[in-house]
Design a protein around this ligand. Structure first.
Ligand SMILES: Cc1cc2nc3c(=O)[nH]c(=O)nc-3n(C[C@H](O)[C@H](O)[C@H](O)COP(=O)(O)OP(=O)(O)OC[C@H]3O[C@@H](n4cnc5c(N)ncnc54)[C@H](O)[C@@H]3O)c2cc1C
Length: 330
């Protein structure tokens, strides 16, 4: 384990934006992660864990402390440990309907299929895991194809695709608490919701996740993935951090009297800010809830666009857009 100094974080984000971390380390095992955190504590440094860097905006000043890049990967199929947990209390806020593809027409029900439990390490790349599991006849996570990042990052913000939430497939999460104890948290104690989990407040580090997946139809899953990727490519532009704003809740949608809770719709049709550019940052013309780095964007450019959207929404429609991305700053 090598702790480097003054490492530019832009290179570890899909936004390609951000200043340096004072200290930076890549960890490949749980033991190395514990070692890294122990080092930070002993040296009175703050620390954060990064996965794929696809849901963050790092400030131009970077981060004063230790950034731990989580590359702890691998998975284990726990045959015979299948358990049915279907109490999904979360409510997804939108259905993707756009262009020629309606996600609702592509999805199908797998709930009657046999279940299989799989334990996946938190630094595993989501796309790699989806494909490897399909190779073993295991489906379920394929609904999240095309979403960049790691398993840990996906759990942290409980990623969504259409009406699917990541949490629907989670049995339990193994974390490292603030005192470096390993603890297993059952899914119903994770406070999962739309773009929400307890981990955003708890400071626990996600180590591994137990999923309840399906012994499913791999060909059908691959067909879905192909069709959905054709739709996604081009509409989910890079370099970016995905949707900057969350979709609005039902109450706000009713108040605004609009046909969709999509924040992209609000930014485009109601605020007229699609394509708006500040410095090198631009509200995407392909997906108005995305801000793209249009070349040499500073974090401050992105923040200025965020603040513009917020102030216009407040001034003209009296509501407060919520951020979907996480800000990493000094
Ligand atoms: C082109 C594009 C398309 C996208 N499409 C979607 C989409 O369709 N749906 C969707 O929901 N999201 C989407 N996203 C957002 C993003 O990909 C997801 O939120 C992703 O799961 C983030 O994972 P990550 O590993 O990159 O997290 P990071 O960006 O590295 O981290 C995000 C946050 O999670 C924390 N974190 C990461 N790992 C851990 C851990 N092990 N323990 C504790 N905390 C941790 C970090 O500290 C940080 O606060 C998209 C992003 C892009 C760039």
């Amino acid at each position: 384990m090598e702790i480097k100094q003054n490492v530019l974080l832009a290179n570890f984000t899909t936004f390609r934006i951000g200043g340096p971390a004072d200290y930076f380390v890549e960890v490949l095992s749980q033991d190395e992660l514990i070692e890294a955190i122990t080092w930070a504590k002993e040296n009175s440094q703050k620390y954060i864990v990064l996965g794929g860097g696809s849901n963050i905006l790092v400030s131009d000043e970077g981060f004063r402390g230790l950034v731990i890049l989580n590359n702890i990967s691998g998975y284990e199929v726990l045959e015979g440990r299948t358990k049915s947990v279907d109490s999904e209390k979360s409510e997804a806020r939108f259905t993707q309907v756009n262009g020629n593809v309606n996600l609702k027409d592509l999805v199908y029900d797998e709930s009657s299929l046999p279940r299989v439990s799989v334990k996946i390490q938190s630094g595993s790349d989501l796309g790699v895991v989806i494909n490897e599991l399909l190779g073993k006849g295991i489906t379920g996570l394929h609904w999240f194809v095309g979403i960049p990042g790691t398993i840990g990052g996906a759990v942290f913000n409980n990623i969504h695709c259409g009406d699917f939430l990541f949490s629907q497939f989670i049995e339990s999460v193994e974390v490292l608490d603030e005192n470096l104890n390993k603890v297993i948290i059952p899914a119903d104690e994770c406070d999962f919701g739309y773009d929400q989990s307890r981990f955003q407040k708890s400071k626990e580090i996600i180590l591994s996740v137990n999923f309840k997946l399906y012994k499913g139809d791999v060909n059908k899953a691959r067909e879905f993935m192909q069709k959905w990727m054709v739709y996604r490519v081009g509409r989910y532009p890079l370099p970016s951090a995905g949707c900057v704003f969350k979709n609005i809740d039902k109450e706000t949608q009713q108040k605004l009297g609009i046909p969709t809770p999509s924040m992209g719709y609000v930014i485009d049709k109601m605020l007229g800010l699609k394509g708006k550019k500040i410095g090198g940052a631009k509200i995407s013309e392909k997906h108005s809830a995305f801000i793209v780095n249009d070349g040499g964007a500073k974090a401050q450019d992105v923040m200025n666009l965020i603040n513009l959207v917020k102030s216009e929404a407040r001034k003209r429609y009296n509501f407060e857009p919520e951020l979907e991305i996480f800000i990493v700053s000094e």
